[in-house]
Write a protein that binds this ligand. Structure first.
Ligand SMILES: [Zn+2]
Ligand SMILES: [Zn+2]
Ligand SMILES: [Zn+2]
Length: 72
């Protein structure tokens, strides 16, 4: 199953702020969100996965500062 990958910045205060999002393709022909999935799939609702996995958060940048909520 495909899922969304959310890249975020982690601040010194411990809070994360998302800054980019991408869809990771599972490359399965049995997943309706995959690019490998056939267009016009007839039996889609019974044969294929109809949902995405929960989003996965990855910390792509570490900031030495506090986030905007804690910055004062
Ligand atoms: Zn998928
Ligand atoms: Zn399908
Ligand atoms: Zn904060």
């Amino acid at each position: 199953m495909c899922f969304r990958k959310v890249q975020c910045t982690r601040y010194a205060c411990g809070h994360d702020t998302p800054n980019a999002e991408s869809l990771v393709d599972c490359r399965s022909t049995r997943c309706r969100y995959s690019k490998e999935h056939p267009v016009g799939c007839k039996t889609c609702s019974t044969s294929c996965k109809q949902w995405l996995r929960p989003a996965q958060t990855v910390v792509s940048f570490l900031s030495p500062l506090n986030c905007i909520h804690c910055r004062r």
